[in-house]
Unconditional design. Structure first.
Length: 244
């Protein structure tokens, strides 16, 4: 069985994926912003899940999350699930944290980054991005960036299966109770990508929706844009993503 770390797993899709994977016999590491939020996964902890805590909008706390995971042991897979929809933390949580955790956690065999169909509305422009978060960036932009990050990791680390997933518009706290998509399908693809022996799940660099591989925004597939994004993230965090 695999050891799987899932960010933002105190509720929503992250919690649902954690519950499913734990039920299948995997060792699951759940994550919450602060210890008080672990009450939402008490049942999972009682069943053997492990936990780490830290605010992914804060660079130092994100580094500490990586350290906590590494102390537990190298994960076989990481699902970068945590995300926020609006506000000054969008870039930090949706883009910077996945990058920093990718760079600092002992390299797993599989990586999944949560994207969105809204990434097609993102702007492939890095010049005026306020990485400090004083000027809010759009959710669409952040999801374009993280989709490009997934593709960049796939290109840079050929020994790792790196994928981006659009979970759909599902009825979670972020999506709202009237969201039209199937909640189960919202986390099924992530679970499949980190555990399945299916040959398709082992192909790196894909953008997925409900276990179907789709073409993402052209910028996400552009090596020049990927490299520019990695350079910006290295500058902002002071941490380089290792070469293959």
């Amino acid at each position: 069985m695999s050891r799987i770390f899932i960010t933002g797993s105190a509720d929503g899709l992250g919690r649902a994926a954690a519950a499913t994977l734990l039920g299948e016999g995997h060792q699951v590491i759940v994550h919450a912003r602060e210890p008080g939020r672990l009450h939402g996964v008490r049942d999972l902890l009682d069943r053997g899940a492990l936990a780490v805590t830290g605010d992914l909008s804060d660079l130092q706390q994100t580094r500490e999350v990586a350290e906590q995971v590494n102390r537990i042991g190298r994960p076989d897979a990481v699902i970068h699930n945590a995300g926020v929809f609006t506000g000054p933390q969008v870039l930090a949580v949706n883009v910077i944290a996945p990058y920093l955790l990718t760079a600092l956690i002992a390299r797993p065999a599989r990586l999944v980054y949560l994207s969105s169909g809204m990434h097609f509305d993102g702007r492939a422009a890095l010049e005026k991005v306020d990485w400090r978060g004083h000027t809010a960036v759009s959710y669409s932009d952040s999801k374009l960036f993280v989709t490009a990050l997934a593709a960049a990791v796939a290109r840079r680390w050929p020994g790792v299966v790196s994928s981006a997933v659009d979970p759909g518009w599902v009825p979670t706290k972020m999506g709202g109770e009237n969201a039209p998509d199937d909640l189960r399908l919202g986390h099924l693809t992530q679970e499949w990508l980190v555990t399945s022996a299916d040959a398709q799940a082992g192909v790196s660099g894909g953008y997925w929706h409900h276990q179907r591989r789709l073409e993402p925004h052209a910028a996400a597939r552009d090596p020049a844009f990927q490299d520019a994004l990695l350079a910006e993230l290295e500058r902002v965090t002071g941490v380089a993503l290792a070469m293959s």
